[in-house]
Design a protein around this ligand. Structure first.
Ligand code: ATP
Length: 598
């Protein structure tokens, strides 16, 4: 659904595709992982408007064959083609729906489908046409009544599990499948689904069946000829009123064989029967062997709408205009997501407010009596929301909707205003009650530094979660990094006293170093603090004071800064370095997402 450098041509091509008969074939696909044979010589075919069910016991290779057909996994050998054309980009032609489909819980059903349609269609597609498509899909899936309900997530309840499956197209119920079947027939689409233990009503909605066991083909052909195959070839006729697929699944299940070797022999025997006598059930045409020569192919290729469409979509994927368009749609979607997402921003805002309140009340007037002011940046609450967003990105990227560039730009931009609001509320709550520098310029500088530091911290968390998409693992690494940066940033030990090994590298790549130093300089420069007058009348300051020798029992802020070794820092340079570190995190995020496919 994604044309093109020439939009009109591309839409024509798409129109053709919808009304053209497609034949998707795969021939002798083999796949192994090390010595383990996962798929062995699996062939099959399915045409437009048809539904194919992939079935088999656990570990049969169902997920693997789907991954191969969707070009998410490369087979070790074998061929795949659409209308005889092997140079097909499946992500441009189809979509892949996984069992636990990642959706943004705070969007409504209609919004979710709308964004998916806008992301996949060409920028020039009229809004009216998109709305028509969206309405058709909602009606087709029987979701009209709940179309304005939210999908729901761990915190906010939304549509029911069954309705969610209907939207994501998980074929567990015959009602869902009937809806999918209607859409497939109406739009001349091919549907391939892995399905467990269907009843006869459900399986009869499928036209074809691919039955696998231990990676081998047990049957591949029309559903309504399965009982014939079982009776005539395997000599195991189906009992009257029994479900042929249940019978076939029982036959190929080796779980209850006492001996693994015996089970293996049983499957080998069934597989050999299929190889020798199954040909007439499997209607794989021989196009993969008798396809035209290269010259013939080239001359017919241009006229082939599949080829044209696929080419157009490939060009479209690279077009700058399309990239901008998609980035904009993602920004719109993020704004909706963040503004409604209690998990993503409600909790985080609450945390910043709580921290601000705590500092304001616990450390009240702290700065007037002592000369220590430190803030800790804990970006861990950012992880769950980022992981949800990342999952959605991975699915949409694998389906060819957009790339990591659009995602990272949209995420980086949309995070800014929300973090700014969090930082501003935090600053307003605690700045004056702690008794930080009373100047207005210093307040705004404080806010700017805090905002930059929080953004850097969140960017670091995004890098960690992008590389390690498991919540507890990301949490552990991000917590470790936070502790690490605190150690080398000069939080526990004055930076100048750090062991040289840590000081000369870790200290200077630590974003907290620059944030803390900037905050401390902002707070101390230009102020004078009272020191303690002891019982014997002598003056005690926490830091060496240039004023005590002049008979004044006070310490200048600049004396404190000199004692901390940061009296002479260039604030502009430090802010620049903080920005540069954040930029490096954002680039790293992009690079990780380019290479990480799941
Ligand atoms: N990355 C991998 N490393 C090792 N073995 C693997 C890997 N991926 C799959 N396999 C093996 O390949 C076989 C087929 O796996 P696949 O996930 O395709 O089966 P399945 O039919 O989808 O199973 P299930 O119904 O249980 O999900 C299994 O025996 C599995 O253990």
């Amino acid at each position: 659904m994604q044309p093109a450098h020439n939009d009109l041509e591309a839409q024509n091509a798409r129109h053709h595709t919808e009304h053209q008969q497609l034949v998707f074939e795969w021939d002798r696909l083999n796949y192994h992982i090390k010595d383990k044979v996962v798929l062995s010589d699996v062939s099959g075919t399915v045409s437009s408007g048809e539904m194919l069910a992939v079935m088999g016991p656990s570990g049969a290779g169902k997920s693997t064959i789907l991954d191969i057909l969707a070009q998410r996994t490369r087979p070790n050998s074998g061929k795949m083609s659409v209308n005889g054309n092997e140079t097909i980009d499946m992500s441009s032609l189809g979509s892949y729906v996984e069992q636990n489909e990642a959706l943004l819980g705070v969007l409504s059903v209609r919004e979710t489908i709308q964004f998916a349609a806008r992301l996949s269609l060409d920028p020039s597609t009229p809004r009216k046409l998109i709305e028509e498509r969206v309405s058709e899909t909602i009606t087709g899936l029987g979701l009209s009544e709940v179309s304005s309900n939210r999908i729901g997530n761990a915190i906010q309840r939304g549509i029911s599990g069954g309705q969610k499956r209907r939207w994501s197209g998980q074929p567990h119920q015959s009602g869902v499948l009937l809806a999918i079947r209607n859409i497939a027939v109406q739009h001349n689409m091919i549907v391939i689904a892995s399905i467990h233990q269907p009843n006869w009503e459900t399986i009869s909605l499928f036209d074809k069946l691919l039955l696998l066991a231990q990676g081998k083909t047990m049957y591949s052909g029309p559903v309504d000829r399965l009982d014939e195959y079982l009776a005539q070839v395997l000599e195991r006729p189906v009992a009257m009123h029994a479900n042929p697929t249940d019978h076939a699944l029982d036959l190929i299940n080796t779980d209850f064989f006492s001996d693994a070797k015996e089970g293996q022999n049983h499957i080998d025997e069934l597989s050999s029967r299929w190889r020798t006598r199954g040909g007439r059930y499997n209607s794989v045409r021989t196009t993969l062997e008798t396809r035209p020569s290269t010259e013939e192919k080239e001359s017919t290729l241009d006229a082939d709408p599949i080829h044209v469409w696929s080419q157009e979509r490939r060009v479209a994927k690279q077009s700058i205009r399309r990239a901008f368009h998609q980035t904009w749609i993602l920004i719109e979607r993020n704004i909706l997501n963040y503004s409604r997402n209690l998990l993503a921003y409600g909790v985080r805002l609450g945390m910043y407010l709580g921290m601000g309140f705590l500092m304001a009340t616990v450390w009240v007037n702290l700065a007037q009596t002592t000369t220590d002011s430190r803030f800790i940046f804990t970006p861990l609450h950012f992880l769950p929301a980022f992981l949800e967003e990342r999952q959605v990105f991975m699915r949409e990227r694998l389906n060819g909707l957009y790339g990591p560039g659009a995602y990272v730009i949209a995420n980086s931009l949309c995070t800014l205003p929300y973090l700014f609001v969090c930082a501003a509320l935090f600053a307003v709550l605690c700045y004056w009650s702690i008794g930080l520098h009373p100047g207005a310029v210093e307040f705004f500088r404080f806010l700017a530094i805090l905002f930059l530091a929080v953004y850097a911290a969140e960017s670091q968390s995004a890098v960690v979660a992008a590389a390690l998409p498991i919540f507890v693992a990301a949490l552990a690494v991000a917590s470790f990094l936070n502790g690490f940066w605190m150690c080398v940033g000069g939080y526990f030990i004055k930076a100048v006293n750090l062991p040289r090994f840590w000081y000369f590298w870790a200290h200077f790549i630590d974003y907290q170093t620059y944030a803390f130093d900037l905050l401390v300089v902002n707070d101390f420069r230009g102020l004078v603090y009272d020191c303690q007058t002891l019982a014997d009348g002598s003056c005690h300051c926490d830091y060496p004071s240039s004023l005590v020798s002049q008979g004044i029992c006070q310490v200048r802020g600049d004396d404190v800064l000199n004692a901390l070794g940061i009296g002479g820092i260039n604030s502009g340079l430090y802010a620049g370095i903080l920005l540069a570190i954040t930029l490096v995190f954002r680039i790293l995020l992009y690079v990780i997402l380019v290479f990480k496919k799941r």
